[in-house]
Structure formats: structure tokens, C-alpha cells
Design a protein around this ligand. Structure first.
Ligand SMILES: [Zn+2]
Length: 69
């Protein structure tokens, strides 16, 4: 009786079923994009598309809340 190493147990860290939406322009993506930026604010995940990420970088670097947008 052998078990696969690192057995995959369903219900573990499954990807979010909901599509990610850019918190700035509203662009949707079916799957997490490597070019997108994900930031956590107040326990909420915020995704930004590639274009918005560039603009968001300034805010992130300045540690500013996105509320001023
Ligand atoms: Zn965007």
C-alpha cells in the first residue's frame, strides 16, 4: 500500500472560482494573470490589471490607500 507523495486533498488550497476583476477599471480575467497585481487592503484582495498595476505601483510605493482614487 503506497500513497502518492504530497497527496492532493481536495478542498485544500483551491483557486478562487470567481473571476478576478480589476479593482480600478473593471477588467475581468478568467484566471489569475501573472502580469496582474494583487494587493490586500483591510483583509480584502484587490486585483489590478497590467495597465492599472503600473499606475498602482506609485500608490503601493507610496503606501497610499486606494481610497483616494
Ligand atoms: Zn485595470
Amino acid at each position: 500500500m503506497t500513497s502518492l507523495p504530497g497527496g492532493s486533498d481536495k478542498g485544500g488550497s483551491a483557486p478562487e472560482p470567481h473571476p478576478i476583476v480589476c479593482a480600478r477599471c473593471g477588467t475581468q480575467a478568467r484566471a489569475p494573470q501573472p502580469t496582474w497585481t494583487c494587493s490586500v487592503e483591510n483583509g480584502k484582495r484587490r486585483y489590478f490589471c497590467e495597465a492599472c498595476s503600473r499606475e498602482n505601483l506609485r500608490a503601493i510605493e507610496g503606501r497610499l490607500d486606494s481610497a483616494w482614487w
